[in-house]
Write a protein that binds this ligand. Structure first.
Ligand SMILES: *Cc1c(COP(=O)(O)O)cnc(C)c1O
Length: 389
């Protein structure tokens, strides 16, 4: 039976073309890009070509892209690098309560060392209000960091509006675009951002590969010191195959972006409508329309997300949940709690994230498999019995 993978927000498989493009750079074209001989120059050329492709994906220029080891590193670099570059020692960051842990934990780290941080709330759809950003700005604010779209509930944030406010006040704006680049249009000028994080494995590229877009003139302190790679912004011998793969993945996803977004949006509609037809006491988490084309996040009352996840897994369907056990802590996802979802509903959340290899039949499989699982689990649910429904 076909294994159905609906967890593309966690990672995506590499495209064949990406693997093919990378392959020569492991053995045949193995040169160190810092070497002056032809082996080195071949590798260097490949890196610069990939840099242009990644820059093009977000509407930036090649020299504004720094390759990193991951989206996590790009987020760390943007946030810590900006704070370290600031001349103040009483600085302030504005972020949101629904960011990825790479952003939140970087902020927590700085908070322990004297930076003050404002974690803006979101509305029930997961939207940050740009006016809240404006109101939070103080003379100490050195950075605003708001994600482009949520990896959990799929809500797309009003970054362009926040960008205007940041510009007016002369404060650098960072956005984590790991879930949007290659999936919906991303343009650093239209968004008005100075720093933007990317990750290759979320767009059918290799794992362990990311990039930070740094607008020319943005002050940032590096935290990898050594050689002069990446214009001295990140030392260490480049991951040449990874960079080449990232470039190829960026190029391909850009060329198919609008067609693929349209296809996924119709699969998304089919899944949402199908779930509401078949399962009662269900709610959609995230915004109904300002939403990633590939994301469906629902809470099912009176069931535990991880029980459903495991039952679906037995039927060869892979999804994710914001419920507690999956996060190895007792708390449900910070994002669902920030939407003010009651704990019971946060525990009953399920996230389906589709991708390039998702077909209509996969959605049919979910719509067939899920209702009987929910019915079975609800029949055993003490929560349902207590509620007296
Ligand atoms: C996956 C993800 C990251 C982390 O990227 P890695 O390359 O896996 O470190 C950061 N932010 C968001 C929104 C993500 O979805």
């Amino acid at each position: 039976m076909r294994r159905v993978y609906l967890d593309c927000a966690a990672t995506t498989p590499m495209r064949d073309e990406v693997l093919e493009a990378m392959s020569p750079y492991f053995k045949v074209r193995f040169g160190n890009p810092s070497s002056i001989h032809s082996f080195g120059q071949e590798a260097k050329g490949a890196i610069e070509e990939a840099r242009e492709k990644v820059a093009a994906l977000v509407g930036g220029r090649g020299e504004e892209i720094v390759f990193t080891s991951s989206g996590t590193e790009a987020d760390n670099f943007a946030i810590k690098g900006t704070v370290y570059a600031s001349k103040r020692n009483d600085n302030h960051i504005i972020t949101s309560s629904i960011e990825h842990h790479a952003v939140l934990e970087s902020c927590h780290f700085l908070e322990k060392r004297g930076t003050s941080v404002t974690y803006l709330p979101v509305d029930r759809y997961g939207l940050v209000d740009p006016e809240d950003v404006r109101a939070a700005i103080t003379e100490k604010t050195v950075l605003i960091s708001i994600m482009h779209a949520s990896n959990e509930v799929g809500t797309i944030e009003p970054i362009a509006e926040i960008g205007k406010i940041a510009r007016e006040r002369g404060i650098p704006l960072h956005t984590d675009a790991v879930q949007t680049a290659g999936h919906i249009p991303v343009n650093v000028d239209e968004l008005g951002v100075d720093l933007l994080s990317l990750s290759a494995h979320k767009l059918y590229g290799p794992k362990g590969m990311g990039a930070l877009y740094i607008r020319k003139g943005t002050r940032l302190v590096s935290f990898m010191h050594g050689g002069e790679q990446e214009r001295r912004r990140r030392a260490s011998t480049e991951n040449v195959p990874g960079i080449v793969g990232f470039g190829k993945a960026a190029e391909l996803s850009q060329s198919e972006l609008s067609k693929e977004a349209q296809r996924l949006t119709s699969l998304r509609t089919k899944l949402i409508e199908g779930l509401f037809e078949r399962i009662d006491r269900l709610i959609l988490n995230g915004h109904p329309t300002k939403r990633l084309p590939n994301n469906v996040n629902v809470s099912i009352e009176f069931v535990e997300g991880e029980s459903i996840l495991l039952n679906l897994d037995l039927e060869n369907i892979a999804v994710s949940t914001g419920s507690a056990c999956s996060s190895s802590s007792l708390e449900p996802s910070h994002v669902l709690l920030a939407l003010c979802l009651p704990h019971e509903l946060a525990h009953g959340s399920l996230r389906f994230t589709m991708g390039l290899y998702t077909i209509e039949e996969d959605i049919d499989r979910v719509l067939e498999a899920l209702p009987p699982i929910v019915a079975r689990l609800r029949a055993m649910s003490p929560l349902l019995r207590q509620s007296g429904i």
